[in-house]
Structures are given as structure tokens and as C-alpha cells.
Write a protein that binds this ligand. Structure first.
Ligand SMILES: Cc1cc2nc3c(=O)[nH]c(=O)nc-3n(C[C@H](O)[C@H](O)[C@H](O)COP(=O)(O)OP(=O)(O)OC[C@H]3O[C@@H](n4cnc5c(N)ncnc54)[C@H](O)[C@@H]3O)c2cc1C
Ligand code: SF4
Length: 579
């Protein structure tokens, strides 16, 4: 996001510094930070933006605190806690199939709800890590960061739905199909958010069913938007909170399968179909998780600092499934669901300088709390949401001020004192070293693990994903034809995500549309949902990018690679079912 707010000067096509998507920044969108203007806003105590694990943990912990001390709880007003969720309901935008460290759930519920009563799919039964070549799968010892003994399998989407029920039982008001589109700031203090309009046509004109958005005036706003948070990005810019390293992302594409006999272990793979050469910067891997009831999640994660404009993460997942060691694991099965989402990967060095501003707290993945080597963010989201709630309750009810008072710094102190802070610090350079390729990166990662993060000593330099120069010629080969049984094209996959975006909604993607061919190809191939197509451009070597926004599954990749995803009308996008 730092790169987007301070775009660097344009570099000539193929010039000395190479062609970079960051040189073609998106056009300015509407103001995201704005003063309040509604004379009759809805007054709430705490407004939580995002109904994922972080936002729901925050709501649940606030409900617990209010129940423990109702007299103090009353000071939060008639509507003490509101959660806004842009998906149809909480869980709709959470990708199924996860290995969850139960620590966050245990801390949130204590003895009130044992793990056995939560919608988990059982403990991890065993695990294997393989290095794939095109024909072989070589077993590797499981690196410490990927050990899952004691962790649980879960559908993130189902867990989200269940957490939402718990939050509502604790008194939170949950507003699904509601996107927060503006951060309201008055006299240097966040005072709430504005929600988006519904029922506008493609040209922006109101349709018969038009419903204007509303202003929620909140004593405290907690941003828990997850990856590529729209208001979070604006808040980081406005309050100058960016961390010391640029934030980076990876794109995950996942499928949920029903396979006779299921799967008996968690599998992670490195290597093929990603290339090891440092010049390609192809970092990532694939996974298969058993989900009980013969359900299996299969997915592929690719770092968005890759350089080859012909790389397609969706195609890589399709290719992965055809590997001789993987194909038999899905034999006779049926694909039930498909989805895509980015995962925040900058780690400790990219965390905001502060997690608070006047009237504002930042929690969960939106703030950057993900342990990338372990591919885990759910427990960090739960833990930071919980800590945000504790600070919010004490700050708002002890001081009894009209607006959120001082004292929000206690949240930073609590996060820095927690286990997750030291865990993230130990792996702080882990993602950055892999920009040097699998071999050198792997050696440095081992050094880091053995020294518990002490080596390499300083921060490893990194750059924003969109600032990495593209390769001059794309050289990816091996795209597999979709057979509709094992392998699928993008459009049938978008259908399998349950996408509910209206065809005639306004375009929510901000993008430079006349760009060098390589930049256009990068966007077209990267987008897992076939949103972009290319036409001949006006100048030599350029293309015009046509956008079909109704295909978009809001994965966020375009924001990392030179464009900008803005929140579309609430209720649009995928509807992951949480089987
Ligand atoms: C492919 C992939 C695999 C993963 N595997 C694992 C795993 O195995 N284990 C694990 O622990 N973690 C895993 N993660 C990471 C984990 O899913 C996230 O870190 C975690 O869900 C973050 O929780 P959150 O509440 O911060 O954000 P999210 O879960 O992203 O929730 C944010 C919510 O806010 C909503 N929202 C966003 N902006 C707005 C807005 N402006 N207005 C209204 N609503 C908004 C979104 O729709 C969403 O529902 C994986 C991630 C990916 C992409
Ligand atoms: S257009 Fe939508 S689905 Fe495609 S890359 Fe961008 S955010 Fe993802």
C-alpha cells in the first residue's frame, strides 16, 4: 500500500529498471477518508469492520466483558457493538479448508466452550511434506514452522458462521451485505464509517431498488477487514502508520473436493509446478487437507512478487492436480467448490508502526498478523481481535468520554507482550529471503530456524509486489486443458464460488486500462476469475484492458500488482458455503 500512495516515476517500457506494474498506477478513486456529513447518523459504541475471525473475536470478547460487568457495559450505549460484513453473511468470504492452531479459540472461550463443541473437523491426523519435481515426489523432513501436531482441521467458512452466532448471542448486531466504504475522520479522530450504497446501475445511476448507505457514528472503530483492507490501507496512509518494510501478498487458489475414502493426512508440497530459479521469484507451494466426511481441500499459494507475466495461479493449481503423486489422491472425486484469496505475507517487518490512531484500532490479517511460513492467520486474528476488545472495553468504559479516549496504546502494549509478537519476530525475514530463489532462500530459512530468528541479523531488504520488474518474455509452459473432471477453467470455477455479483453493478476495480502488453498479460493471467481481457491498444506494444467486474471474487491480487480492488455493493462476491 505504501507503493500505491507514493507511486514512483514512470519507467520507460523495457527501460533500465525494467517494466514494473507499479509504473501504471490506478486512477484516483473516491475519497476514502472523509468528514461525517449525515445529520442523523446511527450511534453505536464499537463499530467493527469485517466479520472474519478477528472482527468476530472482538465482538465476542466485548459481549463477554459486557456480561461480566453490565453496569460498565451500559456506557457503550444502546447499540454497544456492531459488526459490518460485506459478504452475504460472516463466513461467505472465508475460504474453506484450514489447519487451525486452537490457541486463539481456547483463549477466547476458555472453559465456556470446549474445543469438542466447536465446528472443527478433528485434530490433524498426521502430515507429510514433499518436494515435487515434474514426475517425482521426494519426502522431506517437516520443517518446524510447518509442524501441525496439536492443530485442528476446520472449514474457515463454517467457523466464521459459528463465531457470528456466538457474537450475536453475546449481544452484537451483525449487518451482513454491508460494505464499509469510507472512514469518517473529524478533528483528527476516527468517528465511524460510511456504508456503501446499494442498487446502482453500471453507470452509477440509482435503479428502482436503490438504497443509500448510512453513517455509523462510533466511539471506537476497529478495522478487521482481513487481506487488502480498503479502509485499513486508507488509515495506514492517513495516520502514517506504515511499517518499516513494504507489505506483500500471496495469492491462494483453493478447491473443495468430495473424494471416496477422503485423505488420511495433511500434505504440503514445495517445488513443481513453481520454478526454483531465483530470476523467476516463484515462491509458494501446494497443500491437501483432509476435512472429514470424505472432504478434501486442495490449494496452491503463490507469492505475488513473481515476475513472469504468463504465470497463472489458477492454472498452476490445475497443473498440480495432474502430478502423478497427486492425481490418485483425487481419483473418483468431485469438485464441490472453488475460491481464491490473497494472504498477507510481509510479516513482522511490515506490521504498522502503531496499531492504533485516535478512535481506531487495527486487528487481524488486515494489520498484517499472519505467520506465513506456517500458513496460519486464524489464531492471530482471534487473538488480536480479543486484545482489541479488551482495550476497547476498558478505554471506553473507564474514562467515560464522549468519544474514544486516550488509552488505546494499551492495545499495542498487549500485542507486543503476547506470544504471537515473539513468534512473528522469530520468522521476520522468512518470506523476504525467498526472493532469492528456493535454494538460497531455503538455506537462509534453515539458518533462521536454527538460530530462532537471530540470523540473518538485520532486516532483509524487500520491495512491494508491484515494484518487482517483469521478465521480458513470459516463458511458462504446461497449461493443462480443462477436462471438467480433474481440471477446470476459470469461468466454471467462478461459478463454483457461488459468485453473487450483479452483472450491471458499477465497476469496482480501479485500473489503468491502456498499458504495455506485458502488464496487461500479467493482470489477465494472474486474475483467477477471468475479469480481464485484452484488446489492441492505441499505441505500439500497448493493449486495452477490458474489465468484467461481475466475475470478480474479491481475492485482492490486483491491489498487490498495480490496480485497486474497492468494496463492491454489499452482498456481492463469492458465497463460500462452509461445507
Ligand atoms: C489460501 C489461504 C489459505 C489459508 N490457510 C490457512 C490455514 O490453514 N490456517 C490459518 O490459520 N490461516 C489460513 N489462512 C489465513 C487466514 O484465513 C486469515 O489470516 C484469517 O482468516 C484472517 O482473519 P481476519 O478476520 O483478519 O480476516 P478475514 O478472515 O479475511 O475476514 C475479514 C472479513 O472482513 C470482510 N470485509 C473486508 N473489508 C470489509 C469492508 N470494507 N466492509 C465490510 N466487510 C469487510 C471480509 O468480507 C471478510 O469476511 C489462509 C489464507 C488463504 C488465503
Ligand atoms: S479482479 Fe477480482 S478476482 Fe481478479 S485479481 Fe482482482 S480482485 Fe482478484
Amino acid at each position: 500500500m505504501a507503493a500505491r500512495s507514493h507511486p514512483s516515476p514512470r519507467v520507460a517500457h523495457g527501460g533500465p529498471a525494467g517494466l514494473r506494474p507499479a509504473d501504471y498506477p490506478p486512477p484516483e478513486g473516491p475519497e476514502v477518508v472523509a468528514p461525517p456529513s449525515d445529520p442523523e447518523p446511527i450511534e453505536v459504541g464499537v463499530c467493527i469492520v469485517g466479520g472474519g475471525p478477528a472482527g468476530l473475536a472482538c465482538a465476542i470478547r466485548l459481549g463477554q466483558a459486557i456480561a461480566e460487568d453490565p453496569a460498565r457495559g451500559e456506557r457503550l450505549g444502546e447499540i454497544p457493538v456492531v459488526v459490518l460484513e460485506k459478504g452475504k453473511q460472516p463466513g461467505a468470504h472465508l475460504l474453506s479448508g484450514a489447519v487451525v492452531d486452537p490457541r486463539g479459540l481456547t483463549r477466547l472461550f476458555g472453559a465456556r466452550v470446549p474445543l469438542s463443541e466447536m465446528p472443527l473437523r478433528g485434530p490433524v491426523p498426521g502430515e507429510r511434506v514433499y518436494l515435487l519435481t515434474e514426475r517425482r515426489a521426494v519426502p522431506l523432513p517437516t520443517p518446524p514452522t510447518m509442524r501441525n501436531h496439536g492443530n485442528y482441521l476446520a472449514s474457515a467458512s463454517k467457523l466464521g458462521r459459528w463465531l457470528a452466532g456466538e457474537a450475536e448471542r453475546g449481544g452484537a448486531m451483525i449487518l451482513g451485505e454491508t460494505a464499509a466504504v469510507k472512514l469518517l475522520v473529524e478533528d483528527g479522530q476516527v468517528v465511524g464509517v460510511r456504508t456503501g450504497d446499494k442498487g446502482r446501475g453500471r453507470d452509477g445511476a440509482p435503479l428502482a431498488n436503490f438504497e443509500p448507505g448510512s453513517e455509523l457514528r462510533a466511539r471506537l472503530t476497529v478495522l478487521c477487514e482481513g487481506t487488502q483492507g480498503y479502509l485499513t490501507g486508507a488509515a495506514l496512509d492517513h495516520f502514517r502508520l506504515h511499517g518499516s518494510a513494504p507489505q506483500t501478498w500471496e495469492l491462494g487458489v483453493k478447491e473443495l473436493w468430495r473424494v471416496p475414502g477422503g485423505l488420511d493426512r495433511v500434505i504440503h508440497t514445495l517445488g513443481w509446478p513453481l520454478r526454483a530459479g531465483a530470476r523467476f521469484r516463484e515462491f509458494g507451494g501446494a497443500f491437501l487437507y483432509p476435512m472429514g466426511d470424505e472432504l478434501v481441500t486442495v490449494g496452491m499459494v503463490v507469492g505475488l512478487d513473481y515476475r513472469d507475466p504468463t504465470l497463472s495461479p489458477h492454472e498452476l493449481l490445475q497443473q498440480f492436480k495432474t502430478h502423478p503423486a497427486i492425481r490418485p489422491l483425487l481419483a473418483g472425486g468431485e469438485r464441490l467448490e472453488w475460491g481464491a484469496k490473497t494472504i498477507t505475507s510481509g510479516g513482522a517487518l511490515a506490521l504498522p508502526r502503531r496499531l492504533h490512531a485516535p478512535g481506531l484500532l487495527l486487528a487481524g490479517e488486515g494489520a498484517g498478523f499472519v505467520n506465513v511460513p506456517a500458513l496460519k492467520g486464524i489464531h492471530y486474528a482471534l487473538e488480536t481481535g480479543l486484545l482489541a476488545a479488551e482495550t476497547a472495553f476498558s478505554a471506553l468504559t473507564e474514562d467515560g468520554h464522549e468519544q474514544a479516549p486516550a488509552g488505546l496504546g494499551r492495545y499495542d502494549e498487549a500485542v507486543r507482550a503476547s506470544e504471537l509478537w515473539s513468534e512473528l519476530h522469530e520468522v521476520r525475514n522468512m518470506r523476504q529471503v525467498f526472493s532469492r530463489g528456493l535454494v538460497v532462500g531455503g538455506a537462509l530459512a534453515s539458518l533462521m530456524t536454527l538460530s530462532r530468528g537471530r540470523l540473518p541479523a538485520g532486516p532483509v531488504a524487500s520491495e512491494a509486489d508491484a515494484s518487482v520488474p517483469l521478465l521480458a518474455t513470459g516463458s511458462r509452459t504446461g497449461a493443462v486443458a480443462a477436462d471438467g473432471v480433474l481440471t477446470f477453467d476459470k469461468l466454471s470455477s467462478v461459478f463454483a464460488s457461488g459468485n453473487r455479483t450483479r452483472d450491471d453493478q458499477p465497476n469496482h476495480i480501479l485500473l489503468e486500462t491502456e498499458v504495455p502488453r506485458r502488464v496487461g498479460e500479467l493482470w489477465q493471467n494472474m486474475c483467477p476469475a477471468q475479469v480481464y481481457s485484452l484488446d489492441a491498444g492505441a499505441g505500439a506494444g500497448t493493449v486495452r484492458v477490458e474489465v468484467t467486474p461481475s466475475n470478480c471474487v474479491q481475492c485482492g491480487a490486483i491491489s498487490a500488482k498495480g490496480g485497486r480492488l474497492t468494496p463492491p455493493e454489499g452482498g456481492s462476491g463469492p458465497e463460500y458455503e462452509g461445507l
